[in-house]
Design a protein around this ligand. Structure first.
Ligand SMILES: C[S@@+](CC[C@H](N)C(=O)[O-])C[C@H]1O[C@@H](n2cnc3c(N)ncnc32)[C@H](O)[C@@H]1O
Length: 229
């Protein structure tokens, strides 16, 4: 299966699913996962109550950051999308046990969300923490952060919304910075890499890299407003 712009950005397999995660998927998906069928709808309608702000997280993996942020910011609605089952099962279980009414998930290729589910101007922020780096040159075309992806993404962000991307892969970091800083829909107020945002939780992938002493690069840009020129 390839995504809307013909690129499969995720690896075919991502760990084994535990019995608990499988049970959570079967029992809790109908309660807390958003179904892509049923047409485009307002992001507010995906949650049991309205929120002040909405944030999309693409490729949440095992969902460490996703759950931590949902707990810390109960006034923000978080929509997480991930293709692989173990993380989706884990997050569903946490939504259930912690009673997180501000976190909902979609198990899908993110591009199908943009094609089938979302309406323009939905999000105040978008998080993409440690997108697959696809280190081999022949795989670079599978990297998510490319200009055509930003072309697809930006209409679903509100004016002035932020896009926050982190990576521990230096050469991909340069590509992400270049793509985000030069795209006409975005403005990079930092002029280069951003400092770590104090509120960003550590993710599982990041912890793995930290054990190998990988530095982290952060890109934080805003969608241009009509007045930002
Ligand atoms: C390197 S992992 C990082 C996971 C997590 N953000 C973290 O920092 O621990 C990248 C994740 O993005 C997911 N992913 C890649 N392309 C995707 C897509 N098109 N739609 C949804 N998820 C995607 C992968 O399945 C994987 O879990």
């Amino acid at each position: 299966m390839t995504s809307g712009w013909g690129v499969k950005t995720y690896a075919p397999r991502q760990g084994r699913i535990t019995k608990g995660q499988r049970r959570a998927l079967d029992a809790l998906k109908p309660l807390y996962a958003v179904d892509l069928t049923g047409g485009r709808r307002p992001v507010a309608s995906l949650f049991p109550r309205p929120f002040d702000r909405y944030v999309l997280e693409i490729g949440f993996g095992m969902g460490d950051a996703t759950v931590a942020l949902a707990e810390r910011f109960p006034g923000t609605g978080f929509l997480g999308v991930e293709i692989h089952s173990p993380g989706v099962g884990k997050v569903l279980r946490e939504i259930h046990t912690k009673g997180l009414d501000n976190l909902r998930v979609v198990q899908a290729d993110a591009f199908h969300l943009f094609e089938q589910l979302l309406l323009p101007d939905s999000f105040d922020g978008v998080h993409i923490f440690f997108p697959d780096p696809w280190p081999k040159r022949k795989h670079h075309k599978r990297r998510m952060i490319q200009s055509p992806f930003l072309d697809i993404l930006h209409p679903f962000m509100k004016e002035g919304a932020y896009l926050y991307i982190t990576t521990d892969w230096e050469e991909y970091a340069s590509q992400i910075l270049q793509v985000c800083s030069s795209h006409p829909a975005f403005v990079n107020e930092y002029g280069g890499f951003a400092p770590r945002q104090v509120w960003r939780p550590v993710t599982k992938y990041e912890r793995k890299g930290a054990r190998e002493h990988h530095p982290i690069w952060e890109v934080f840009v805003f969608k241009r407003t009509s007045s930002s020129g």
